[in-house]
Design a protein around this ligand. Structure first.
Ligand SMILES: [Zn+2]
Length: 281
């Protein structure tokens, strides 16, 4: 059995008011992280979970859309002027060119922003996420935080889908999940509600079963203390009831003894490389 050991690094920081992401939170700004995950497995090679935000180099040479310009102006991701992703990969002693596989949790811009910077990598995502993107107008996609200009033109030739993997039972009541590598080391868990086809990634063979629950919530504290923000969830979620059920699933996983990490949580986690220094502007 191949050993698989995930690492995460922060590629951007996003200041938001705490009350937006935590019920009963204060009127003070906290810095949400935008994480990218890394692991190596013989079947997939050097692999990333998501790519983080785009930066200025990513956008050079492509015709950007007015939707994306508005998004940039509103959120001002701290990655724009430099390349924290490559800096973090350097800490792992690999280069962008050596990354062979990208697993995409969902198609929001802070997760697929740098797909174009990996022109040779294969891409694996949810079929549901992909088909929803294909069927929607660019306006409706933009309203959902999905921008077609960030996708490489040849993406369909490099794409495969989680749903084509066999299913197994994931630990601690996460339910039937996709056994992506066929050896039980990485399970892709449906966590619907935040975005169409949104998934998390479970590593059940680590000393403590670990779930990267991506954007099920912003803060782990909101899950552990049952303090999910209603207002902000309604702004972003594609299905509020499904989001509630997914968050409950993650909460049960934590109560049963599982270890959870969210993409945007502000606290450092044992699997973080802690590249925060590189993410600061
Ligand atoms: Zn998202």
């Amino acid at each position: 059995m191949a050993e698989i050991s995930p690492r995460f690094f922060t590629t951007s920081l996003l200041p938001v008011y705490e009350w937006l992401v935590l019920k009963g939170g204060r009127w003070r700004k906290i810095k949400l992280r935008v994480r990218v995950g890394y692991f190596h497995h013989p079947a997939l090679g050097h692999s990333l979970i998501d790519t983080g935000y785009f930066n200025n180099d990513t956008l050079r040479g492509i015709v950007t859309s007015p939707f994306l310009s508005i998004y940039r102006a509103l959120l001002r991701p701290s990655t724009l002027g430099h390349d924290p992703l490559s800096c973090s990969l350097a800490l792992l002693r690999i280069t962008r060119q050596e990354v062979q596989t990208l697993l995409i949790s969902h198609f929001h811009a802070d997760h697929i922003g740098r797909l174009r910077d990996f022109p040779n990598a294969r891409i694996i995502c949810s079929r549901r996420a992909w088909e929803t993107y294909r069927l929607r107008s660019s306006f409706k996609n933009a309203l959902s935080g999905v921008f077609g200009v960030l996708l490489p033109e040849d993406i369909e030739t490099r794409l495969s889908f989680f749903e084509d993997a066999p299913m197994v039972e994931a630990p601690y009541e996460l339910g039937r999940s996709y056994n992506l590598l066929n050896d039980g080391s990485l399970l892709v868990v449906d966590l619907p509600g935040h975005a169409e086809g949104h998934v998390g990634f479970c590593f059940p063979q680590l000393p403590k079963p670990f779930l990267y629950a991506t954007d099920s919530q912003w803060l782990t504290q909101a899950i552990v203390e049952d303090r999910m923000p209603r207002f902000a969830a309604s702004l972003v979620a594609c299905d509020r009831e499904m989001l509630r059920l997914s968050t409950e699933k993650v909460a049960i996983f934590v109560r049963r003894g599982g270890d959870v990490l969210l993409c945007h949580d502000i606290n450092s986690h044992r699997y973080d490389l802690d590249a925060e220094g590189e993410a600061q502007t």
